[in-house]
Design a protein around this ligand. Sequence first.
Ligand SMILES: Nc1nc2c(ncn2[C@@H]2O[C@H](COP(=O)(O)OP(=O)(O)OP(=O)(O)O)[C@@H](O)[C@H]2O)c(=O)[nH]1
Ligand SMILES: [Mg+2]
Length: 194
Amino acid sequence: MGLLDRLSGLLGLKKKEVHVLCLGLDNSGKTTIINKLKPSNAQCQDIVPTIGFSIEKFKSSSLSFTVFDMSGQGRYRNLWEHYYKDGQAIIFVIDSSDKLRMVVAKEELDTLLNHPDIKHRRIPILFFANKMDLRDAVTSVKVSQLLCLENIKDKPWHICASDAIRGEGLQEGVDWLQGTSHAISDPSCEDMKR
Ligand SMILES: Nc1nc2c(ncn2[C@@H]2O[C@H](COP(=O)(O)OP(=O)(O)OP(=O)(O)O)[C@@H](O)[C@H]2O)c(=O)[nH]1
Ligand SMILES: [Mg+2]
């Protein structure tokens, strides 16, 4: 850590950092969402399928988010679990128009929720019911039902309808994440870490 970093940290000027895992099936729009959350001059114009994972950063008004943008392709999904321990929040993205693979998304979510590094932690999960602009998209309420989100009782969660191409719905999600993440990045709040 540089001197300036340390100084701004001591003065309380540096934003607290939160480690976020961005998960979901391939083609759901994870990279497009994270890209849209970056300042416009840092956004990439050509989004390509993620290989393995990439580390990205974006800021909200009071927090700095470091995001592990994981590939959702089947052959890379076994990488996800290696990052669970260090994750402080999860963004789970669903392609709301991909009804055929909704059951696969649910299976991956259930596997995540039952993983020993996640199961007993009050880690916040933000769901984006993405691709709302597509004609075939189901509503976020329907996505929530198909994934049985009401069964998640021991973690704070929230679902937002989004259109990542136009950036709609993303700010609502980040505002929620910021609100819940303040508790996890605050060392005095032990409850959220368990
Ligand atoms: N219509 C529409 N297309 C979207 C939306 N979000 C993403 N896409 C498109 O969906 C495709 C996949 O987007 P990515 O962001 O690469 O998806 P990903 O989840 O990161 O995929 P992997 O890296 O393979 O796991 C791209 O062609 C995007 O332009 C959306 O809200 N609406
Ligand atoms: Mg990607």
